[in-house]
Design a protein around this ligand. Structure first.
Ligand SMILES: [Zn+2]
Length: 411
């Protein structure tokens, strides 16, 4: 625990917030949750879980009285992106919304379904359902909106095609995707095959869905930030001092209405910038850039959070040398793009790349339940492939500190 020379009485204005310590995500590890949970347990509605940097899941308690705010926050961000805006009657859409995420302790479907239900009738489409089930539901409900992960939307297209579904999907007006980085090329491909606009939304288990592109801002790479009761600071990653508007820095989020979890100057590790620009849509939600990168090497693969320690452990367990680099990139896959993981390993000797890949994949699946789900169970992202490179290809005199994990999707 951190001891500080600052008490509640010292916080008199918004500027004083910089006197408070930065809350690191590892604080929310399951070992601590009873300590940081700030309301009596009888007031907790439930718990959410996301994978954590320490190897133990992060546990996020949600108090009953916060649920309404969380769902309204999600609904407002969905609304910015145009979700649930067709044929409004009494403020609600008459058209169906298709929320497609995994069911489980994870926040995505919980946020998405409850937020969407405030806007219109919502189909709770679990990603584990068969493609025939999805095909029948799309036909029956003719949803106007689909909300899902980037990785699942490209997989979905391929799999629906395989069972004879023709595109465009009748009635579909837009797709909202979030939870993983994706390139503009990926977006263009998706818009080409689905023939509807694709919107980026930003969120995570700890802070909810907090940013979304509107039809105007998405053309300039900007998102609207959900500001009611949420303070967004952008600081220099080294000095932790605020940077001027327009400069990229590390985001710190303070949520004034979350009572059960201390989301105070919470550092997710994402980099972005704030802008003074006003949006042509007229919304008062301020504009921020799309996420420009991450402070640490954690990356999302098919919506699984993969941490560097998991990669190091898997490589070690697979008996490979520690001179490696893992590259996440988008590659052409039929009409669309898919993400792949390539592990480059330096070796003097010939390497049986296939058996090495099998060992690494097995090790990572044992360490990461999310990776196992995505690669082995639902199979919507391919496993890691291994490529041998000659010694001193990756690690040379001039690059003594090679970046072990490279996410090319943000390039
Ligand atoms: Zn706008």
């Amino acid at each position: 625990m951190v001891e500080l020379d600052v008490g509640p009485d010292d916080i008199r204005s918004l500027d004083d917030i910089s006197r408070l310590p930065i809350v690191e995500p590892k604080l929310l590890s399951q070992d601590w949750y009873e300590e940081f949970c700030s309301v009596p347990f009888s007031e907790i509605g439930g718990y959410l879980e996301t994978s954590g940097s320490t190897g133990k899941p992060k546990i996020i308690p949600v108090a009953r009285e916060e649920e309404r705010m969380i769902f309204e926050q999600v609904a407002m961000m969905w609304h910015v992106a145009g979700i649930g805006s067709v044929g409004l009657t009494n403020g609600r859409s008459v058209r169906n919304i298709y929320s497609m995420f995994p069911f489980g302790p994870w926040p995505s479907q919980y946020f998405s379904v409850h937020g969407a239900e405030l806007l219109g009738p919502t189909i709770k489409a679990g990603i584990h359902m068969s493609m025939e089930w999805h095909r029948d539901k799309l036909k029956k409900f003719l949803p106007a909106d689909i909300i899902t992960y980037p990785s699942f939307i490209s997989f979905f297209y391929k799999k629906l095609k395989e069972i004879g579904v023709s595109f465009p999907i009748p009635g579909l007006e837009r797709i909202c995707i979030g939870g993983e980085p994706f390139s503009e090329t990926f977006r263009e491909k998706m818009e080409e095959v689905y023939e509807v606009p694709v919107f980026d939304v930003y969120g995570c288990g700890e802070i909810g869905v907090t940013a979304a592109e509107c039809p105007h801002s998405r053309k300039s790479g900007l998102m609207h930030w959900y500001s009611p009761g949420m303070i967004l600071e952008i600081v220099d990653p080294e000095t932790k001092v605020s940077v001027p508007k327009g400069e990229v820095g590390m985001m710190l989020v303070t949520n004034l209405w979350r009572k059960s979890v201390p989301i105070i100057r919470y550092a997710m590790g994402d980099l972005l910038c704030m802008t003074e620009e006003k949006c042509a849509c007229g919304s008062n939600f301020p504009l921020v850039s799309r996420i420009r990168g991450r402070m640490n090497d954690m990356f999302q693969y098919g919506a699984a959070n993969i941490y560097p320690w998991q990669v190091y452990d898997s490589v070690a367990r697979a008996g490979l040398c520690d001179k490696f680099q893992l590259v996440v990139r988008e590659v052409p896959d039929g009409d669309v793009l898919t993400d792949t993981l390539t592990l480059y390993v330096e070796s003097h000797d010939e390497l049986d790349e296939q058996s090495c890949a099998a060992r690494v994949n097995q090790a990572l699946a044992e360490i990461s339940i999310e990776f196992d789900q995505i690669v082995n169970k639902i199979k919507f992202r391919p496993p890691i492939s291994v490529v041998r490179v000659k010694p001193e290809t990756l690690f040379t005199q001039s690059t003594p500190k090679l970046k072990r994990i490279v996410d090319e999707r943000r390039a």
